[in-house]
Write a protein that binds this ligand. Structure first.
Ligand SMILES: Cc1cc2nc3c(=O)[nH]c(=O)nc-3n(C[C@H](O)[C@H](O)[C@H](O)COP(=O)(O)OP(=O)(O)OC[C@H]3O[C@@H](n4cnc5c(N)ncnc54)[C@H](O)[C@@H]3O)c2cc1C
Ligand SMILES: *[C@@H]1O[C@H](CO)[C@@H](O)[C@H](O)[C@H]1NC(C)=O
Ligand SMILES: *[C@@H]1O[C@H](CO)[C@@H](O)[C@H](O)[C@H]1NC(C)=O
Ligand SMILES: *[C@@H]1O[C@H](CO)[C@@H](O)[C@H](O)[C@H]1NC(C)=O
Ligand SMILES: *[C@@H]1O[C@H](CO)[C@@H](O)[C@H](O)[C@H]1NC(C)=O
Ligand SMILES: *[C@@H]1O[C@H](CO)[C@@H](O)[C@H](O)[C@H]1NC(C)=O
Ligand SMILES: *[C@@H]1O[C@H](CO)[C@@H](O)[C@H](O)[C@H]1NC(C)=O
Ligand SMILES: *[C@@H]1O[C@H](CO)[C@@H](O)[C@H](O)[C@H]1NC(C)=O
Ligand SMILES: CC(=O)N[C@H]1CO[C@H](CO)[C@@H](O)[C@@H]1O
Length: 524
């Protein structure tokens, strides 16, 4: 068999997962200077860069410097091609505070970057304005009782596991090495541990946040609890810059993992197994986690099925002992199987998506109760892939379709600490996120990929509606900017998010100046 080279290609096969208390806690921020009468003193972006260069020494990078090049490192080349007037790399939360105060009081547009892994351009960088790159806020501190790990938003998930693995600790965080703490945790955060503990946002004990005014506050279940709720659902770009996440940690040993690759012709055998797992298997064993997808590798010219399976509390030290919940998959002949016991660092390293291509991600959730629905999404996906290939003139295009389950046990686990802002309860479930992700290389193909992906997601929603199996939830971390994420959290949650944003940023300064990503667009 060509299994060796195939195995190497496939194991590397990127899975389209794939990705100090403040002085005041009133939230009643006084208006920033410059918003009352009085005129802004700094008239444009370039003047703001110059002022920050003076007031925050060694924290401003202009084009053609080493520091600027370091900050220009983005996952999608659609972002790394953009060049802001300067990057600001604050070296402390206090520096974030003074910078934000300066920007908001002088109406200077800006963007914010943590791990830089959002797929769509403009989300975390813009050529007009300043980009605040949080990479120097990279502390990781374990509390003496080992129950909390305080993490700066400049860290990537691999930085966290590298510190925690040797201590036998873990947090509910990303499944891949390079995405940032910031975006992933604020938007939700699907983790290996979600079956038992919910998403990453459900396991944040407290946030340290710099508000539009520059005021630094703590958001937790007991301090600014409305802000705390709102940050658990991705409204940060309307609320403030999070400078520290206090994450709940727990004792964790090696995980069981298996990477499976199957011939795509087995789809009608495997989809029912995956769907049953979503409805019955995963709730019966909350330590289990999985996703399931299709990829068309350009080198191969045909589709493959990939599925990774994980178990947080393996019963056996022999990796070939498949946990009972995944047993049905072991009966189906696979091209690649890679059962292993692994620490998190090695798992995160295995699930990588390389830098250097153009990227788009879009998604919508459907009810997980029908294998036939999932099955019938396949031809819609194939039409979408064909549309892209027809326009590609032979240039490289790698499309992924991934099904990510949200079983009812995950929905239950999301209800802790007053629940998050996503608008999901057990009654909504079980759900499957239908995620479309494409990597490509030619800029000439941008429009075709975008429009085809949008048509595909519309097709999926239409099909699900026809069968009364639609849900409508859109997961922010897999969304494209044309998608109205907050709308899908439901009218009550969207209204509450707007009220909270208005309380902490009464003039709507952030929605005016903070470019890109998802905005609540409330009446200031
Ligand atoms: C290879 C890969 C693997 C992935 N794996 C997973 C996974 O396992 N689970 C999952 O749920 N998702 C996953 N994702 C999706 C991931 O959650 C999103 O791409 C997320 O936005 C990445 O976070 P980031 O900090 O790198 O993004 P960025 O693009 O840096 O930030 C995203 C947005 O959040 C804002 N933001 C970032 N930090 C802050 C902050 N501190 N304060 C306020 N606003 C901030 C930014 O302004 C930006 O608008 C994966 C993505 C990729 C590409
Ligand atoms: C940058 O910001 C401007 C002004 O808001 C906007 O028109 C433009 O589309 C943004 N660029 C990108 C790449 O999103
Ligand atoms: C954190 O992870 C990034 C991304 O893999 C890496 O480049 C960087 O060196 C790591 N930082 C530390 C302090 O290990
Ligand atoms: C994780 O496991 C690998 C072997 O799979 C080992 O080489 C590495 O040192 C471990 N890392 C940590 C941080 O424990
Ligand atoms: C998948 O199965 C089909 C039909 O049996 C076969 O033609 C094809 O070569 C197989 N693909 C792989 C990657 O093994
Ligand atoms: C799904 O399976 C059917 C029946 O085996 C096959 O005709 C179809 O091509 C498969 N789809 C993909 C994407 O391989
Ligand atoms: C679904 O999974 C359960 C175990 O979780 C199993 O008992 C049952 O037989 C499965 N049903 C089908 C149709 O595969
Ligand atoms: C494909 O070729 C057509 C016609 O020459 C051209 O207009 C289009 O931009 C090309 N697309 C790509 C992705 O190269
Ligand atoms: C962002 C960037 O790289 N800017 C400039 C660096 O210098 C070269 C030539 O000196 C310019 O062409 C770039 O635009």
């Amino acid at each position: 068999m060509r299994s060796l080279s195939l195995t190497t290609a496939l194991v590397a096969l990127a899975l389209a997962v794939g990705g100090s208390a403040g002085k005041s806690n009133t939230g009643k921020s006084s208006k920033p200077p410059g918003h009352g009468p009085g005129k802004p003193k700094i008239k444009d972006v370039s003047a703001a860069c110059n002022t920050l260069f003076t007031t925050l020494p060694n924290q401003v990078a202009f084009p053609n410097t080493t520091s600027y090049a370091l900050s220009s490192n983005y996952w999608s080349t659609r972002q790394s091609a953009l060049h802001p007037s300067c990057f600001l790399t604050p070296s402390s939360p206090a520096a974030v505070s003074s910078a934000l105060k300066l920007l908001t009081s002088n109406s200077i547009p800006f963007t914010v970057k943590s791990g830089g892994h959002t797929a769509f351009p403009g989300s975390n960088i813009n050529s007009t304005g300043i980009t605040i790159d949080l990479r120097l806020l990279n502390t990781i501190t374990v509390s003496p009782d080992r129950r909390t790990v305080s993490v700066g938003p400049g860290n990537h998930w691999i930085n966290v596991t590298t510190v925690l693995d040797p201590l036998g600790l873990a947090v509910v965080g990303g499944r891949s090495a390079d995405p940032g703490i910031g975006g992933l945790t604020l938007g939700g955060g699907i983790s290996y541990f979600s079956g038992q503990r919910g998403w990453a946002c459900d396991n944040v004990r407290a946030y340290e946040v710099v508000l539009a005014s520059g005021e630094m506050v703590t958001a937790s279940p007991t301090s600014n609890s409305d802000l705390y709720w709102s940050l658990r659902g991705g409204a940060a770009t309307n609320l403030g810059i999070v400078t520290r996440f206090d994450l709940a940690s727990f004792e964790q040993g090696l995980l069981w993992a298996n990477s499976l690759v199957y011939n795509a012709t087995l789809n009608s055998t495997l989809i029912p197994l995956f769907q049953n797992l979503t409805v019955t298997g995963l709730p019966s064993d909350p330590a289990a986690h999985t996703y399931f997808g299709f990829v068309r590798q350009p080198e191969l010219g045909e589709y493959l099925i990939y599925s990774d399976q994980f178990h947080a509390t393996p019963a056996s030290s022999d990796a070939t002992n498949v946990p009972e919940v995944f047993e049905p998959f072991a009966q189906v002949p696979a091209l690649v199987r890679l059962p292993r016991l692994s620490n998190l660092t090695a798992l995160l390293q295995a699930i990588q998506q390389p830098y250097g291509e153009r990227q788009i991600w879009m998604n919508v959730a459907v009810k997980g109760t029908s294998a036939a629905l999932l099955q019938d999404i396949l031809p819609l996906h194939e039409e979408h892939v064909q549309r892209m290939l027809n326009s590609a003139n032979g240039t490289r295009v790698t499309p992924y379709l991934t099904f990510q389950p949200i079983p009812v046990n995950v929905l239950d686990a999301m209800q802790v600490n007053g629940g998050n802002a996503l608008g999901l309860t057990r009654d909504d479930g079980p759900l499957v996120i239908v995620q479309s992700a494409t990597a490509w290389v030619s800029e000439a193909l941008d429009w075709n990929v975008e429009s085809s992906t949008r048509v595909f997601i519309q097709d999926v929603e239409r099909l699900a509606k026809r069968r009364n199996l639609d849900h409508g939830f859109i997961y922010m971390n897999y969304a494209e900017d044309s998608q109205d994420v907050f709308d899908r959290y439901g009218p009550d949650n969207k209204k509450r998010l707007r009220e909270v944003a208005k309380k902490y940023d009464p003039d709507g300064v952030l929605q005016k100046l903070w470019r890109g990503y998802f905005k609540l667009w409330y009446q200031a």
